[in-house]
Design a protein. Structure first.
Ligand SMILES: Cc1ncc(C[n+]2csc(CCOP(=O)(O)OP(=O)(O)O)c2C)c(N)n1
Ligand SMILES: [Mg+2]
Lengths: 334, 342
C-alpha cells in the first residue's frame, strides 16, 4: 500500500495547491459522503430498493480525478456510481430521486441506483455487469479520437472487475489504437466478500498493463492531492496522443459491498483503523486547518451548507411523483 | 405442497438449505463433485445455497473464484469432460451474457459433437427473478433463453423438497443441467421470501426425476401451469377461485428441459382451459411453448383460448410501482380466468 507522505506526493501536499482548490475538494468529498449517508438512511426506511452500493471511503478518487479533467472529458463506471455522478456535477436531487425510483430521477425511475446517465455531464453510466463498462470507455475514447478532439475518457472499475476477460481485450485494443482513455482501477481491497489476495497473485493490478504496453502506476487513493497529481499526468499522456494510461487507486470502502452485506470477511478493527488513519476528508480538513486556510467555523459552515443540499435532495426524492405506468412502454426503442 | 403428509415434528428447510444439503450429501459419496463460484466458499453463496460446504470439504473442493465467469465456467466444461462433476454458480442469471459461449456452445454441445464419446456431467446453478427493485440487469428469469437451446437440461424448483431432489438428480446426471432457483423462494430473510417454498425435506438423499412435472393441486375447470415462484401465485389464485366455485388444477413444471408435455396435456384434456404463468418475458418463451404443447397435440380439448400471465416485453424497470405492475401475481391469474370464462 502506498502511504500518504511519499516524496512525490509531499511536493503537492500543501505547496502546490491553492486554498480555494483545497476547499473545493473538501466540499465535493463531503457532499458525496453526506449524500451516501442519507441514501443509506432512505434505504433503511424502505424508500430505496435493490442492493444500493455506497461510495463512502473512496471519495478522494473521483474528486481528485475530476480536478484533473476538463470540460468535454467523459466518464463511465460500475454500479458504485453515486460519487462519480456528484463529482462530475450531476444534480444530487436527480440522483437521489432515481434511487427512490421517481419521475424526477435521472432515468425517470427506470434505471435505479446502478443505471443513470447524463449526456450533459458526459457521464455514460452506471453499469451492473462487472467489467462491462471498460469496453464502453474505450468506445467513448475512440469516438473522441475519431472526431479529432482532445477529450479523454475515464473508465473506472474495481479490483474484482480487473479479473474479467473483457478488461484485457480492451487494454489491447486501446493501446493498439492509441485511445485516449484512463483506466482507473478503484482498488478498495475487496470484491464483495473476496479480498484481492484471494482473487489474484498479481502484486499490483496496474502492472498488468505492461503486457499490453500501457504505462500506469499505483496511487494513494485516499489522498485527493496525490490522486489529482496522478490524474494530471495520465490525462496529459492521453491528450498528447500517447494512448491509454492505468491508474490503480489504493482505496477502501467503509460500508458493506451493498446494503445487504454480512460483513464477515473483514474485522471491524480493520475498517476502524483505516477510517482513523487514512480518511480522505479528514486529511484535507487537517491541511485546511493546519495551513491556516480555514477555521473550524468556516468548515462548520460548509458542513451545514452541504447538509442542506443533501436534505433538499432527499426531500425532492420523496416528493417527486412515482412514474406513470404508461411510461413502461416508452424509451424501449429510440 | 410436496404431496407428502407433513407431521408437525418433521423438519422444514428453505430451498437454500436443501440445495446445500443435496450438495453435501453427494460430495460425501462422490469425490469428483466440486463447487466453484463467486463468494460460494467462506460466504456460503450470497443466497446461502453453499453454506457449510467449505467447512466440511475445504477450499480444494469448494472454490471461490475471481470474477471471471467465462474462465471458470469454461474450465468446468473441461473438468467435466475429464470425468469430474463440477457445480458452478452464476450468481445472477442476468450475468450469462459474460459467459454464454462456454454455456451454450461448449457445455451444451460437446456431448453431441463428440458423437457421444464425451460426457459433460456438470451443474450450472443460477439465481433468477425480481420483485425487490434491483433493476433490469439483476431481476430477469431468462428461462426461455436457456430452454431454447438444445443440449442442456433445465430445472426450476418451486419448493425445498423438489430443490433437494432435483439437485441430487442433476449431480448424478451425465448431461449438463442448468439449475435455476428463484431469489424470492430462497428463504433469505433480507430479501423477503415466499413461505410456501419452505417445506418438509427428508434427511436421506433422494432424487426428483428431471423431466417430470407435478400436479400440485387437482381441479376440474382450468389448468394453471407454472414454475418456480409462479407456482405459489397459482396456488393462491386457485384458493381465490375455489371461493368462486371454480376448481383450478395447478401444474408445477419443475423441469423445462425435458418438458413434461404429457402431464400438461392430460391436465388440459381434463379441464379444457389453460393459463400459463411465467415471470420470464411474455414473448418467445416458456408460456408459448406450454401452449404449443397443447394446441399442436389436440386443439379439440380446448374450451377457450389459452391465456398467458407473463412479464411484459420491456426491460425490467427499477421503480417499485412499475416493477410490481409488471410481475405476475395471484390477482392477475384470477383476472385471466375471468377473461377466459367471459
Ligand atoms: C459479470 C458479473 N459477475 C458478478 C457480478 C456480481 N458482483 C457485483 S459487484 C461484485 C464485486 C465487484 O468488486 P469490485 O470490482 O472490486 O468493485 P467494488 O464493488 O469493490 O466497487 C460482484 C461479484 C456482476 N454484477 N457481474
Ligand atoms: Mg473492490
Amino acid at each position: 500500500m502506498a502511504t500518504r507522505k511519499t516524496p512525490e506526493t509531499a511536493a503537492v501536499d500543501g505547496a502546490n495547491v491553492s486554498k480555494d482548490d483545497l476547499l473545493k475538494y473538501y466540499r465535493e468529498m463531503l457532499l458525496i459522503r453526506r449524500f451516501e449517508e442519507k441514501a443509506g438512511q432512505l434505504y433503511g426506511m424502505g424508500l430505496i430498493g435493490g442492493f444500493c452500493h455506497l461510495y463512502i471511503g473512496q471519495e478522494a478518487v473521483v474528486v481528485g480525478l475530476e480536478a484533473a479533467a476538463k470540460e468535454g472529458d467523459k466518464r463511465v463506471t460500475s454500479y458504485r456510481d453515486h460519487g462519480h455522478m456528484l463529482a462530475c456535477g450531476m444534480d444530487p436531487k436527480g440522483v437521489m430521486a432515481e434511487l427512490t425510483g421517481r419521475e424526477g430521477g435521472y432515468s425517470r425511475g427506470k434505471g435505479g441506483s446502478m443505471h443513470m446517465f447524463s449526456k450533459e455531464k458526459h457521464f455514460y453510466g452506471g453499469h451492473g455487469i462487472v467489467g462491462a463498462q471498460v469496453p464502453i470507455g474505450a468506445g467513448l475514447a475512440f469516438s473522441d479520437k475519431y472526431k479529432g478532439n482532445d477529450n479523454v475518457t475515464f473508465a473506472y472499475f474495481g479490483d474484482g472487475a480487473a479479473n474479467q476477460g473483457q478488461v484485457y481485450e480492451t487494454y489491447n485494443m486501446a493501446e493498439l489504437w492509441s485511445l485516449p482513455v484512463v483506466f482507473v482501477i478503484e482498488n478498495n481491497q475487496y470484491a464483495m466478500g473476496t479480498s484481492v489476495k484471494r482473487s489474484t497473485k498479481s502484486t499490483t493490478l496496474f502492472g498488468r498493463g505492461v503486457a499490453f504496453g500501457i504505462p500506469g502506476e499505483q496511487v494513494d487513493g485516499m489522498d485527493v492531492l496525490a490522486v489529482k497529481a496522478a490524474g494530471e499526468k495520465a490525462v496529459a499522456h492521453c491528450r498528447a496522443g500517447n494512448g491509454p494510461y492505468i491508474l490503480e487507486m489504493m482505496t477502501y470502502r467503509y460500508r458493506g459491498h451493498s446494503m445487504s452485506d454480512p460483513a464477515k470477511y473483514r474485522t471491524r478493527e480493520e475498517v476502524q483503523k483505516i477510517r482513523e488513519e487514512r480518511d480522505a476528508i479528514e486529511h484535507v480538513r487537517e491541511l485546511l486547518i493546519s495551513g491556516g486556510h480555514a477555521t473550524e467555523d468556516d468548515l462548520k459552515a460548509i458542513d451545514k451548507e452541504i447538509k442542506a443540499t443533501v436534505s433538499d435532495a432527499a426531500e425532492f426524492s420523496k416528493e417527486s411523483p412515482e412514474p406513470a405506468l404508461s411510461e413502461l412502454w416508452t424509451d424501449i426503442y429510440a | 405442497m410436496t404431496g407428502t403428509i407433513v407431521k408437525s415434528n418433521e423438519r422444514k428447510l428453505t430451498i437454500a438449505r436443501s440445495m446445500a444439503e443435496a450438495l453435501a450429501q453427494e460430495m460425501r459419496i462422490d469425490p469428483t463433485v466440486f463447487v466453484m463460484g463467486e463468494d460460494i466458499g467462506t460466504l456460503g453463496g450470497i443466497y446461502g445455497n453453499t453454506r457449510g460446504l467449505i467447512e466440511e470439504f475445504g477450499p480444494e473442493r469448494v472454490r471461490d473464484t475471481p470474477i471471471s465467469e467465462t474462465g471458470f465456467i469454461g474450465a468446468a466444461v473441461g473438468a467435466a469432460q475429464d470425468g469430474m462433476r463440477p457445480v458452478v454458480e452464476l450468481m445472477f442469471v442476468d450475468f450469462f451474457g459474460v459467459c454464454f459461449d462456454a454455456i451454450y456452445n461448449l457445455m451444451a454441445k460437446n456431448i453431441y459433437f463428440s458423437g457421444g464419446h464425451l460426457k459433460v456431467p456438470m451443474v450450472l446453478m443460477t439465481s433468477t427473478g425480481g420483485g425487490y427493485s434491483d433493476g433490469g440487469q439483476h431481476s430477469q428469469c431468462l428461462y426461455g433463453t436457456f430452454a431454447h437451446l438444445p443440449g442442456m437440461k433445465v430445472v426450476a424448483p418451486s419448493n425445498a423438497y423438489d430443490a433437494k431432489g432435483l439437485m441430487t438428480a442433476a449431480l448424478r446426471d451425465d448431461s449438463p443441467v442448468v439449475y435455476m432457483y428463484h431469489k424470492g423462494l430462497q428463504g433469505m430473510g433480507w430479501l423477503g421470501t415466499e413461505p410456501g417454498a419452505t417445506v418438509h425435506v427428508p434427511e436421506d438423499s433422494y432424487t426428483v426425476e428431471i423431466g417430470k412435472a407435478k400436479v400440485v393441486r387437482e381441479g376440474r375447470d382450468v389448468t394453471i401451469v407454472s414454475l418456480g415462484i409462479g407456482v405459489h401465485h397459482a396456488l393462491k389464485a386457485a384458493d381465490t377461485l375455489a371461493q368462486q366455485n371454480v376448481s383450478a388444477e395447478v401444474v408445477d413444471l419443475r423441469s423445462l428441459v425435458p418438458l413434461d408435455r404429457d402431464t400438461i396435456r392430460a391436465s388440459v384434456a381434463k379441464t379444457g382451459r389453460l393459463i400459463v404463468v411465467d415471470e420470464d418475458y411474455h414473448s418467445f418463451g416458456v408460456s408459448a411453448e406450454v401452449i404449443a404443447s397443447v394446441v399442436e397435440h389436440d386443439l379439440s380439448v380446448l374450451k377457450a383460448a389459452p391465456v398467458r400471465v407473463a412479464y411484459p416485453d420491456v426491460p425490467i424497470p427499477y421503480a417499485r410501482v412499475m416493477e410490481q405492475f409488471c410481475l405476475p401475481n395471484p390477482a392477475k391469474i384470477v383476472a385471466a380466468w375471468a377473461q377466459m370464462a367471459a
